[in-house]
Design a protein. Structure first.
Lengths: 290, 265
C-alpha cells in the first residue's frame, strides 16, 4: 500500500494486526496437573486455559481463593512447566526447562526480598546478576529508590521497613530491569486499605510512563477494575478456566480511590460480580466441605 | 550494673565458702577424719590463685595456652569450612544426600572422643591429633546447621532471584550461602566450645604441651591446686572465645531482626 493513502483507519487495522501477531503473553490450552499428596488423586489446578495479553495491556485476572491463579502466573514466568499446552512470549515459545521467562519481571505475593541485603543492595540485585558494574548499578538503584519514594532508606534492611515500604522496594527491584512483561501476584493483598490505594496509584503512574504488559492477579474485583484495561474472571478450582473477559473502558489517568465512586465503575462491577459471585460461593462450599 | 554486682557477689560467696571449708583447722572437720583432707581433695582458693599468678608472672603458661588456643582455632576453622562445604553440597544434591545419609548419622552418633587414640597414632602427639579431634566435633554441628539452613531457604526467595536473572552460581552465592551463614552463626557458640573440648581432651590423652598437659602433670603428682588453676584458666579463656564469637556475630548479622528491637517505620 502506498504511504500517502494510508489513512487513520488503515493505521488502526495495522496496529491491531500487530497486536494479534505477537501478543506479549499467549497461553494456549494450558493445563496444570499436580500429583496428589500421599499417592492421592492428581489435582488439576488449571484446565485448558487460553489467554492473551497484548503489548502494553494491563490485564487483571480475578477468581475465588485457591483457584490456581498463582499457578497460571508461575507458568507465565517459566518457573513451572504446564502439563499440557504452550505459552508464547512475544511469539516465542517458553520452555520452563530452558530457564525462566527472561522478558518478565515477577512481583510475588509473599515477601521475596533478601533479608541480608540493604534496601539499595536488594534493588541492585538484578543488575548485579546481569553483570552491570557496581558503581553504575548503585546509581541506577538510587534513582529507582527515589522513584518509589524510598530515597534515603537505601541503607535500611528489609526488617527495618514497614510492609508498604517493603512492597515499594520489591516494585523497584523488579522494575529496575525494565521487563517487557510484569507479572504480579496479589502484590498488595497484605497491605492495609490506605497504603494499598497509594501503592495502586503509584503502580499506575509508573506503568503509564512506559506501558509494559501487565498480568495482575488478585481476588479483589474492585482493585482489578480500577487498575486494568481488561478483567478476566476464572472459575472456581479444581480445573480453573477463564469464564468471563471484560473490557474496562474507564479513562486514564485514573485515581483508584475516586474511580470507585463513578457510575461506569459501579455498572462494570455489578456486571462482573454477577459472573464471579457463583464461583466464589462454589469455592467457599468446597472449602467448607474439605 | 546491679546485675553485675549480684553476679560478683555470688562469685565472692562461692570463693569464700570454698576457702572456709578447705582451710585446715579453720572449721572443725565434719566429713573427713583429718583436718587437711578437704584441702587435699578440693584445693585451696588462695593457693590456686597463687599458682595462676605464678604462671602468668613467670610466663610459663603462655606457651601452653598458645598451643591450646592454636589447636582450638585450627579445629574450629577447618571443621567449620568442611561442615559448610559438605552441608551446602548435600543440601543441594538430593542424590548425594540420600547416599550419605546413613554414614552421616553413624558418624554423628559415634562418641567421637574414642577416636582420640587413633588420631594420636595417625597424627602423632603434636597439635594435629588435637586439631583432628576438634574437627570431628565441630564438623557435625556446622554441617547439620548448614544442611538445615539451605533446605529451609524460602522457595519464594529462590524464585525471585531466578526471575531477577541469577545463574545457579549466583544463586549459591547470593541466596544459599548468606542464608546458610545465619544458621552457621547460630551454631558458632557451640562449635567454638567443642573445638576447645577437642583440644583439651586431646592434650589430656597424650601430649607434651598445652593446658590439658599441665593438668595431666599436676594430677600425676596429686597437686590438686594446679589442676584447679588449669581448669579456671581454661574456663576464663572459653568465656573470652565465646565473647569474641558474640562480637563477630553482632558485626556480621546486623541484618537480622532482634526480638527486643522495635520496628522502625
Amino acid at each position: 500500500m502506498d504511504q500517502r493513502v494510508r489513512g487513520p483507519r488503515q493505521e488502526a487495522i495495522l496496529s491491531a494486526l500487530n497486536g494479534i501477531e505477537a501478543p506479549a503473553l499467549a497461553f494456549s490450552g494450558v493445563t496444570c496437573r499436580f500429583a496428589g499428596r500421599d499417592g492421592g488423586e492428581a489435582y488439576t489446578a488449571v484446565a485448558d486455559t487460553t489467554l492473551r495479553v497484548a503489548k502494553g495491556e494491563f490485564v487483571s485476572v480475578v477468581g475465588p481463593t485457591g483457584c490456581g491463579k498463582s499457578t497460571l502466573l508461575n507458568v507465565a514466568a517459566g518457573l513451572l512447566a504446564p502439563s499440557a499446552g504452550t505459552v508464547e512470549v512475544f511469539g516465542e515459545r517458553l520452555v520452563a526447562a530452558d530457564g525462566v521467562n527472561r522478558r518478565a519481571g515477577y512481583m510475588f505475593q509473599a515477601d521475596a526480598l533478601m533479608p541480608w541485603r540493604t534496601g539499595l543492595a536488594n534493588v541492585m540485585a538484578g543488575l548485579e546478576f546481569r553483570g552491570v558494574p557496581a558503581g553504575e548499578a548503585a546509581a541506577r538503584a538510587e534513582e529507582w529508590l527515589r522513584r518509589v519514594g524510598l530515597a534515603g532508606f537505601g541503607d535500611r534492611y528489609p526488617h527495618q521497613m514497614s510492609g508498604g515500604m517493603r512492597k515499594r522496594l520489591a516494585l523497584a527491584q523488579t522494575l529496575i530491569l525494565s521487563p517487557d512483561i510484569l507479572l504480579m501476584d496479589e502484590p498488595f493483598s497484605a497491605l492495609d486499605v490506605q497504603t494499598r490505594q497509594l501503592m495502586e496509584n503509584e503502580l499506575l503512574a509508573l506503568w503509564a510512563e512506559d506501558r509494559k504488559s501487565v498480568l495482575f492477579i488478585t481476588h479483589d474485583l474492585e482493585e482489578a477494575i480500577a487498575l486494568s484495561d481488561r478483567v478476566v474472571v476464572l472459575s472456581a478450582g479444581p480445573g480453573t478456566r477463564p469464564i468471563g473477559d471484560f473490557r474496562v473502558d474507564l479513562e486514564r489517568p485514573r485515581d483508584v480511590s475516586e474511580i470507585r465512586m463513578t457510575p461506569a465503575f459501579l455498572d462494570l462491577h455489578r456486571e462482573i460480580w454477577g459472573v464471579m459471585k457463583e464461583e466464589v460461593l462454589k469455592a467457599y462450599q468446597r472449602q467448607k466441605a474439605a | 550494673m546491679r546485675l553485675r554486682i549480684l553476679q560478683l557477689s555470688l562469685l565472692a560467696v562461692l570463693v569464700l565458702a570454698w576457702y572456709l571449708l578447705t582451710k585446715p583447722g579453720l572449721v572443725p572437720s565434719f566429713y573427713f577424719d583429718q583436718d587437711n583432707r578437704a584441702a587435699f581433695f578440693f584445693g585451696e582458693p588462695q593457693k590456686v590463685f597463687w599458682v595462676i599468678v605464678d604462671w602468668f608472672w613467670s610466663g610459663e603458661i603462655w606457651g601452653h595456652l598458645g598451643v591450646t588456643l592454636l589447636e582450638t582455632a585450627l579445629g574450629f576453622a577447618i571443621g567449620s569450612v568442611f561442615g559448610l562445604a559438605m552441608g551446602l553440597w548435600l543440601a543441594l544434591s538430593p542424590t548425594a544426600s540420600a547416599v550419605m545419609d546413613p554414614y552421616i548419622k553413624g558418624f554423628n552418633s559415634m562418641p567421637r572422643v574414642v577416636l582420640a587414640p587413633i588420631f594420636a597414632v595417625w597424627f602423632g602427639l603434636g597439635i594435629w591429633s588435637k586439631v583432628a579431634l576438634g574437627v570431628t566435633l565441630v564438623f557435625f554441628v556446622v554441617f547439620f546447621n548448614v544442611y538445615q539452613g539451605v533446605r529451609e531457604v524460602s522457595p519464594v526467595l529462590i524464585a525471585n532471584a531466578r526471575m531477577l536473572g541469577a545463574s545457579p552460581r549466583q544463586l549459591l552465592r547470593s541466596i544459599y550461602l548468606p542464608s546458610a551463614m545465619s544458621w552457621v552463626f547460630a551454631s558458632l557458640h557451640n562449635a567454638v566450645g567443642l573445638a576447645f573440648v577437642g583440644a583439651v581432651v586431646g592434650e589430656y590423652l597424650g601430649s607434651s604441651r598445652g593446658v590439658g598437659y599441665l593438668i595431666l602433670q599436676a594430677e600425676g603428682t596429686f597437686d590438686i591446686n594446679t589442676v584447679f588453676a588449669g581448669i579456671l584458666v581454661l574456663t576464663a579463656f572459653a568465656l573470652l572465645l565465646d565473647g569474641l564469637v558474640g562480637t563477630a556475630e553482632r558485626r556480621l548479622m546486623t541484618w537480622q531482626p532482634r526480638a527486643s528491637e522495635t520496628e522502625k517505620v
